[in-house]
Design a protein around this ligand. Structure first.
Ligand code: FES
Length: 66
């Protein structure tokens, strides 16, 4: 899941209440990335992730998971 807020692109962080808070304007997202409080109106996007045979993690930033 992206950690970039969908409002104006600040980086969100997980807080003690179990929600991801944006430090810029106060949006909050649950652990599924769904908006709990605005001003953000769009959920955080999820991306396709691949783990290679040699344990590298590849995030496919263009493959948004619906
Ligand atoms: S950039 Fe996250 S609430 Fe504005």
């Amino acid at each position: 899941m992206s950690a970039v807020c969908t409002h104006q692109r600040c980086v969100v962080a997980l807080q003690d209440d179990g929600l991801f808070h944006c430090p810029c304007h106060g949006s909050k997202f649950d652990k599924e990335g769904k908006v709990v409080d605005g001003p953000a109106e769009q959920d955080l996007p999820w991306f396709e992730v691949e783990i290679t045979d040699d344990d590298r993690v590849i995030v496919h930033l263009t493959d948004i998971v619906e």
